[in-house]
Design a protein around this ligand. Structure first.
Ligand code: FE
Ligand code: CA
Length: 530
């Protein structure tokens, strides 16, 4: 019968969510009960199949995508019969899952690691919904999500959080514990959802695990399953719709299109690995079928709009970029960064981005992307006296396409462009300029760079480094080296970013504070500290 024993749901997101799922299970209409299901369950699963939780994503005014994966034995992924399995799903307007408004069946295909992606349509704009999966007698935790507002709606306020870089062994996902309690309409993930290196590593891993450097599909799948057993990550997924994009570590460090960081690996060989990595990414995240991977290719860039308040151009700066110029990641500028043929987005995505920005009627036009667009001299990195340090993996290595994009924002007077960035494991706020060498030149946009969830481990405020960074880079408004997330609240008049930080990740339970807050006024690019 229905399971009320919490020990049988060891990875449930929170006590509250477990209780709500148990309650909902008892309410699941028994019309669905078929004799023999208990026997089915014993044959098909070695244990509770929803140990990776549930999630939702890419909200539209009439729906969203729902996700789960049947995985009774994470991280290895065993415990499921190698056959396609039908999963029931339901969407309700109440947390108790009583008022069902949509339901159906979906196939958890063995070829897709028994993952389920359901695109729900026909719902009302701008309202909360709850959802749940069921297979045999087992029900998933209940997730909460929300549709986007109608296309022409102007919201009084729109709140979301953005995150990146969650290396499992570097610490606890405490930031997600706080995100799950926050009042948000979406969570935006800017990449490094997993790290592909072997288990352990670093000086003293906080959460060690056994695992190889990822190469095969099974290895990538196992890594996602490990990460998704984290209760705080599950709670954040179950609380809000997510909008995700990847960076490099979902595949391999600092790769560029078909080119591995390890130059001895042939592109055709690397593409086999990339195909495994992309497939596992799709299998574990709430992505629409438009992103379904085909071999080593996956169309991840897309637009997600929230009425007339916020338009997210979700970018992919990995799959189509030209190779990083010159050797070594952080270095003095070399000739290669000025290559006129270089590309960060690829021609097709760049045109798509510019066309979309030109056509947008949104108050805030957000570029949700990976690597830093501002051009600071990384003065705190090792360097000789008088040397400037740029980073070849960031837009620094792609000077011509960066200038072209920033010039476009200026020439076409794009309304309130805001760039969101991850990757660098530190918090930054910068004015974006067409010419960073001329501090007096106009600011054409604002960049908010969010720190890591855990990567690099416990942080510090780094006020001294901030002073040095700002002295060398007058367009930088903030630098900070703590872990956490960035919460943004948008109105028609103002964008506010709260830099939410946790003092440690090496043990659980850290409190979360707003370390700094910045405001951008409508029509006036550049952030001001409040
Ligand atoms: Fe990272
Ligand atoms: Ca990265």
């Amino acid at each position: 019968m229905v399971r009320h024993d919490s020990s049988m749901v060891p990875f449930g997101p929170t006590r509250r969510q477990f209780l709500s799922s148990a309650t909902a299970a008892s309410l699941w209409p028994f019309l669905d009960f078929r004799i023999g299901e208990a026997a089915d369950r014993r044959e098909r699963f070695s244990g509770y199949p929803f140990k990776l939780g549930v999630s939702s994503g890419d909200p539209a005014p009439d729906g969203f995508v729902l996700w789960t994966r049947l995985c009774p034995e994470p991280p290895g992924g065993g415990g499921v019969q190698p056959v396609d399995i039908q999963v029931q799903w339901r969407v309700a307007t109440d947390e108790g899952m009583k008022r069902i408004v949509r339901k159906g069946n979906a196939t958890a295909a063995v070829d897709w690691a028994h993952s389920v992606h359901v695109e729900v349509e026909g719902l009302e704009p701008d309202r909360s919904y709850w959802y749940q999966f069921k297979v045999g007698m087992d029900v998933s935790p209940v997730g909460r999500t929300r549709t986007a507002p109608a296309k022409d709606a102007m919201l009084d306020s729109f709140r979301f959080a953005f995150v990146s870089c969650q290396k499992y062994q570097d610490g606890y996902f405490t930031a997600y514990e706080h995100i799950a309690q926050d009042d948000l309409r979406a969570v935006v993930h800017l990449g490094d959802y997993i790290y592909e290196g072997h288990g352990g590593g670093g000086d003293s891993p906080v959460r060690n695990f056994d695992g190889p450097k990822l190469m095969s599909l099974e290895e990538y799948r196992s890594r996602y399953a490990l990460y998704l057993t984290d209760p705080h990550l599950q709670a954040a997924h179950a609380a809000f719709p997510w909008i995700v994009t990847w960076d490099d570590h979902e595949v391999a460090n600092d790769y560029a299109a078909a080119i591995s960081e390890d130059v001895t690996v042939k592109p055709e060989e690397f593409l086999l690995r990339r195909a495994n990595a992309y497939k596992a990414y799709y299998e574990h995240l709430p992505l629409r079928r438009g992103a379904l991977p085909v071999g080593p290719d996956m169309l991840l860039y897309r637009r997600v709009s929230f009425g007339r308040i916020a338009d997210f151009s979700v970018l992919d700066t990995r799959q189509y970029r030209s190779d990083q110029p010159c050797e070594s990641k952080y270095r003095t500028p070399c000739e290669g960064i000025y290559d006129p043929q270089a590309t960060m987005l690829g021609d097709t995505q760049e045109k798509w981005l510019c066309d979309g920005l030109s056509a947008s009627h949104s108050r805030w036009n957000i570029l949700a992307q990976q690597v830093m667009m501002a051009r600071p001299d990384f003065v705190y990195k090792p360097h000789k006296a008088g040397e400037i340090i740029f980073c070849m993996d960031k837009w620094d290595g792609y000077h011509v396409p960066r200038t072209r994009l920033l010039q476009f924002l200026s020439d076409h007077q794009i309304t309130n462009p805001v760039v969101l960035t991850g990757d660098v494991h530190t918090n930054w706020v910068s004015d974006l300029k067409v010419d960073f060498d001329r501090p007096e030149s106009p600011t054409v946009g604002t960049e908010f760079v969010g720190t890591s969830i855990t990567t690099k481990g416990d942080g510090k405020q780094a006020v001294e480094i901030e002073k040095v960074v700002q002295a060398a880079n007058p367009f930088v408004r903030f630098f900070n080296d703590e872990r956490g997330y960035v919460r943004c609240e948008l109105t028609a008049d103002e964008w506010r970013s709260d830099y939410r930080t946790v003092p440690y990740v090496s043990r659980p339970g850290a409190p979360c504070v707003t370390r700094a807050a910045f405001v951008v006024e409508n029509g006036r690019p550049g952030a001001v500290r409040t």
